[in-house]
Design a protein around this ligand. Structure first.
Ligand code: NDP
Length: 399
């Protein structure tokens, strides 16, 4: 069917590349382009020989001109951005200049401010409309599948959704005292920020990790989970009409939290540059360099993830609850694509979203969050491509 340019060659990109190669009817050709070309070449070496034709390229995605010439040369139907959130706007600029569809898995965040929100990317809406191209924002698992689940619940099960609790549980164990499951810099920025949730038309802010709940997850068991701010809260608050409250909870083990607190206390999670031996360094970037690379966690991680959404609302005048979730096994993912489940649950939806745009199912000019599209074909594709979902019509609610 067509050709995709994949930017980034880290943990998530590796899964995207594997899944595109499994889906060669749609992804006839892919180009893997990243800052460090050797990582792209290593991915190509693993997967070459199948039906999908793979090429690689070096690109600094902070530089719009470099991106434009790569896109002009390769002529992709879509750019799949699985680099870092810092590159979202430069890649969107290049897509605009070349009239190429765009998809990412995380919203823009300036490198020097730990603040992420959609406003920067939503500001491209009219320009994408005028250029006749589609941007799909936040098409990983959360954000991503959580938005698709919300659209699916709204379409099939509710007249009004009043409350959504998104529960992200990682019951995996990698054996390290402290490591992050995706890019450490982005992950630590996210979890050390203040928490917040949406209630009755306004944001309620909390201290980091202030709100803790315990939940018994199917196939994982009982876990502590903490309320975090998360980017899909912002788009769902706008797109799910009549919503009164949305919260996001993520599970953390005690060892992770103790290490994080200690690292914070000694200043290692700061993004303020400091002078060290005559050089400016950012403590968090230094920390990233000494922590295990998430893409190496695959072989050592055992256990399962369970990520989903609990909805509360009305159907035919009656109160109704509904829980939809996916369970993913770290070792099964590793067997299939050589990655742990966090990268897998992000990379599979990115491939599916790109397929939806390429085959015309999700192709409206403009900039969209996933819950703005028809969820049904995406839900079918989740079952087909490795992330089957389960439903519970009488779930235990989070108090
Ligand atoms: P990694 O750090 O493993 O990979 C990032 C890749 O981007 C690396 O290959 C890196 O290159 C490349 N890169 C960084 N800067 C540039 C640049 N200027 N130009 C070109 N390439 C660059 O991250 P992950 O794979 O773990 O995460 C990828 C994305 O997925 C992130 O945006 C993350 O927030 C998102 N994510 C989304 C989730 C969801 O559910 N929605 C969940 C998990 C992650 P180099 O090798 O040279 O460093």
């Amino acid at each position: 069917m067509g050709r995709a340019l994949i930017i980034g060659a880290g943990g998530v990109a590796s899964v995207v590349v594997h899944k595109c190669c499994q889906n060669a009817e749609v992804f006839e050709e892919i180009c893997i382009a990243s800052r460090t070309k050797s990582k792209c070449d290593a991915l190509k070496a693993k997967l070459d020989g199948g039906k999908t034709k793979i090429t690689t390229a070096q690109v600094d995605a902070d530089k719009v001109e470099e991106l434009i010439s790569l896109i002009n040369e390769y002529q992709p139907d879509i750019v799949i951005n699985v680099a870092l959130p810092y590159q979202d706007l430069t890649i969107m600029d290049a897509c605009l200049a070349t009239k190429t569809h765009y998809l990412d898995t995380a919203n823009y965040e300036p490198e020097d401010t730990a603040k992420f929100e959609y406003s920067w990317q939503w500001a491209y809406r009219e320009r994408f409309e005028q250029a006749g191209i589609t941007a799909v924002l936040g098409c990983g698992f959360d954000p991503g599948v959580t938005g698709v689940f919300s659209a699916y619940a709204a379409k099939h099960y509710f007249d009004e959704i009043h409350e959504i609790d998104i529960l992200d549980c990682n019951g995996g164990d990698h054996g390290y005292p402290f490591a992050t499951n995706f890019n450490p810099e982005i992950n630590i920025r996210e979890v050390s920020a203040n928490g917040s949730y949406w209630e009755n038309g306004r944001w309620v802010e909390t201290e980091p990790m202030e709100i803790k709940k315990v939940y018994n997850f199917d196939q994982v068991g009982e876990k502590d989970m903490y309320l975090l701010h998360h980017e899909e809260l912002e788009s769902l608050a706008l797109n799910i009409k009549g919503i009164k409250r949305i919260r996001f909870f993520m599970t953390f083990g005690q060892s992770y939290l103790t290490h994080l607190k200690c690292l914070e206390n000694v200043g290692m999670t700061s993004i303020e540059p400091i002078e060290f031996e005559g050089k400016q360094i950012v403590p968090l970037q230094f920390l990233k360099a000494v922590l295990p690379d998430p893409s190496t966690l695959g072989p050592r991680t055992v256990g399962k993830t369970n990520i989903g959404c609990i909805f509360k609302g009305l159907k035919d005048g009656q109160e109704k609850t509904y829980y939809v979730y996916n369970i993913c096994d770290h070792q099964e993912c590793f067997k299939e694509v050589g990655s742990q489940a966090i990268s897998y649950t992000t990379g599979v939806p990115a491939m599916i979203g790109a397929m939806m745009v390429m085959n015309g199912t999700w192709k409206n000019p403009g900039v969209y969050n996933v819950e703005e599209f028809d969820p049904d074909p995406f839900m079918d594709a989740l079952n087909q491509w490795g992330l089957p979902w389960k439903e519970d019509f009488n779930p235990v609610l989070v108090d």
